[in-house]
Design a protein around this ligand. Structure first.
Ligand SMILES: N[C@@H](CCC(=O)N[C@@H](CS)C(=O)NCC(=O)O)C(=O)O
Length: 227
């Protein structure tokens, strides 16, 4: 039951769930009030909640007085439309739409080989496909940071959904990059630091670090203390 009348967002484990992080940031970083409902991914206790909110049984899932929306891309688009004053597609909406879609459907090798695992520091041996994904990420960061440097510190200048969709990468790089010969250039590193120091990202990280449950298939690589 929704007693507060605020929109509700169902999310998974903060240490691991990148799609949850994106939907959560689309609300939190843009100052939209909401009630957070957190489930433990893949647990029996999550099932009745997911049945109520998510026809796919996956998170994130959003519900307000009139609407039920699932899938991070749909939630982001829905919020941008509902809260037009937040300018969530930013000042370059053509590029923003494209980058958000590219992230939602692409970077499969990077996502598989570098799962978000905020608490960990790991060494991996990225495949060529993963390195290609990282190169494309750097190309994006470098092109748009140079192009929009005078409009602000975010990818396209002002904070937009492009930052929201690329934000989990900042945590992924923090976990793997120093230990796996993944070298990011200064422009990329500066942008990643901008993401990592955003107050919403800091809060998410702080809360992720209090979690203790382990999702085995997201535990990749070798602990750095064992390297
Ligand atoms: N395309 C979906 C992906 C959602 C997704 O795969 N969510 C994962 C957590 S990050 C999940 O709920 N997994 C639970 C399961 O597959 O049972 C989105 O963008 O929201």
């Amino acid at each position: 039951m929704n007693l507060s009348n605020k929109p509700q967002l169902v999310i998974g484990n903060k240490n691991y769930s990148t799609w949850s992080l994106r939907a959560w940031l689309a609300l939190h970083a843009f100052g939209i009030e909401f009630e957070e409902i957190q489930i433990e991914l893949f647990s029996d206790s999550a099932k009745p909640i997911l049945q109520q909110y998510s026809p796919t049984g996956k998170v994130p899932a959003y519900k307000d007085a009139n609407s039920m929306v699932w899938d991070s891309l749909a939630i982001a688009g829905f919020l941008a439309n509902k809260f037009k004053d937040k300018n969530m597609w930013g000042n370059h909406p053509d590029i923003c739409h494209s980058l958000v879609a590219e992230m939602h459907s692409g970077f499969l090798a990077l996502r598989n080989e570098m799962p978000m695992n905020i608490r960990a520091k790991r060494q991996i041996m990225p495949s060529q496909a993963c390195l290609n994904d990282i190169n494309r990420v750097e190309q994006i960061f470098n092109k748009y940071r140079k192009e929009f440097v005078n409009e602000g510190d975010y990818l396209l200048g002002s904070l937009s959904l492009a930052d929201v969709f690329f934000a989990p990468l900042a945590f992924r790089f923090k976990t793997y990059n120093h230990y796996s010969d993944i070298q990011l250039n200064q422009i990329s590193q500066t942008y990643i630091n901008t993401l990592l120091t955003h107050p919403s990202m800091q809060l998410w990280q702080q809360q992720a670090l209090t979690e203790t449950s382990v999702i085995k298939h997201d535990e990749t690589g070798m602990d750095v203390q064992n390297v």
